[in-house]
Every structure is written in structure tokens, then in C-alpha cells.
Write a protein that binds this ligand. Structure first.
Ligand code: ZN
Length: 233
């Protein structure tokens, strides 16, 4: 792994929207219909685990049953990882598995993954494609104590040490389809500004657009393949 030349890509809901996945924060998104404090906090899970599991079971089922496919932007990032001479790391705020489905391998899910279950008894994380039911047992320890492996409001995002280390060595930082309103991800630009080349790809100006060297407006399926072509040229 080269010390210099690393490319770090931060992705948010905007990259998955064109795959037809319901987003969380858009005006017509999931948080417009469901209260965060009812389904996406540790307190909600303690109060009503069945309701919280049902909410995430439905999200996981949508990913599976609607046959949601990676789009041209996900595929371009997988191509970048495969063909670029240096390190490429995708840091995603998304809980879908579309980067992996496109072929990316170096992916850090800072907000967790829908298709994983975490065990409250032994901390094991297991691949989980179906529903998590009260009787579902952990494949590692056999105890029925599973929760969705997603980061709830009030919890620490995952992989922060690895992400900060990658930001410290990156030469290029690109943010794709993020609102710039959700921390800590929105603060990543501050860690690289003035030191790495920074590019934002977004449909509309984000809260942190002024901090980037370059902002490209348009659908991710157009801007991202073009950006990858440039990096590979
Ligand atoms: Zn376990």
C-alpha cells in the first residue's frame, strides 16, 4: 500500500438514489414517514425491539426483494479500485450493499450494514439476508440476542480510526451524494483541505461545498464515471 497517492471516496445516499432505493433524509424519504426516535435509537430498541427489528427487516427486504442493483456510479468506483495503481478506499454512510454488489472490496460502512446482524451476547457480526426475529440465534454463540448491525442515532460510527488514518495519507478525497449535514462524515473535508485534491459530486450544493477545490453538479451516474475516467487516464 503506497504511503502517498491514496484515493478516499466518501459516499452518501445520493449515490444509491438512482438505483431506486428509498433514501432516509430526502423530503419524501423514510425519516419523513417514520420517527427516528421510534426506530433508530438504542432507547427505541430497549423499549420495543419488535418494532425496531420490523423496521429494519423491511429495509433489508426492500434491498433483497426489489432486486436493487448497483448503478453506473457504483460500478465506476469498483473499476477504479481494480485498475488504479494506488490505494482506493470507499467510506460509505449507506447501509445498503451496492458497493459490494458492484465489486468494490475496500469498503468501510461507517453507519453499518443492513445485511449484517450483530450479537449483543458475543459481539460477533454475521451476514444476515433475511429477517431478524426474536428467536433468531447468533451463528457464533447460539444465543438469541441479535440486532441490526447499523449505527443508531446516539451511537459511535464504525471504523473511525481506519478512516482517519486513510484521510491522513490520501492525495485525493472525493465526496459523492452526501448532504454535508451528517457528522462526523461532514467533517472529513476539514481533515484534508489544503493537503489533498478535493472534489465533490452532488446534485445540489451541499452544506460543505465551499470547502472543496472543485464541485461537480449532476447525477452520480454521470459525474462519477467521468471522474473515474480522469483518475485512470
Ligand atoms: Zn453471539
Amino acid at each position: 500500500m503506497p504511503e502517498r497517492g491514496a484515493v478516499v471516496i466518501l459516499t452518501g445516499a445520493g449515490i444509491s438514489r438512482e438505483s431506486g432505493l428509498a433514501t432516509f433524509r430526502d423530503p419524501d424519504g423514510i425519516w419523513a414517514r417514520v420517527r427516528i426516535e421510534d426506530v433508530a435509537t438504542p432507547e427505541a430498541f430497549a423499549r420495543d425491539p419488535t418494532r425496531v427489528q420490523a423496521f429494519y427487516n423491511a429495509r433489508r427486504a426492500a434491498l433483497r426483494d426489489l432486486a436493487i442493483q448497483p448503478n453506473a456510479a457504483h460500478l465506476a468506483l469498483a473499476r477504479l479500485e481494480r485498475d488504479f495503481a494506488g490505494e482506493v478506499l470507499v467510506v460509505t454512510q449507506n447501509v445498503d450493499n451496492l458497493h459490494e454488489a458492484a465489486g468494490s472490496r475496500a469498503v468501510l460502512h461507517m453507519h453499518g450494514a443492513l445485511a449484517e446482524a450483530a450479537c449483543l451476547a458475543c459481539d460477533a457480526v454475521s451476514r444476515w439476508d433475511g429477517d431478524i426475529l426474536p428467536a433468531s440465534v447468533c451463528p457464533a454463540c447460539g444465543v438469541a440476542a441479535l440486532r441490526p448491525n447499523v449505527v443508531w442515532f446516539g451511537e459511535m460510527p464504525f471504523h473511525m480510526d481506519a478512516i482517519e488514518a486513510a484521510l491522513a495519507r490520501c492525495a485525493v478525497f472525493a465526496a459523492i451524494g452526501t448532504s454535508g449535514q451528517v457528522y462526523p462524515a461532514a467533517g472529513f473535508i476539514n481533515a484534508v483541505v489544503g493537503r489533498a485534491r478535493t472534489v465533490e459530486m452532488t446534485l445540489e450544493p451541499s452544506a460543505v461545498s465551499p470547502l472543496f477545490d472543485e464541485v461537480r453538479h449532476g447525477p452520480a451516474t454521470v459525474t462519477v464515471p467521468a471522474f473515474v475516467d480522469e483518475l485512470l487516464r
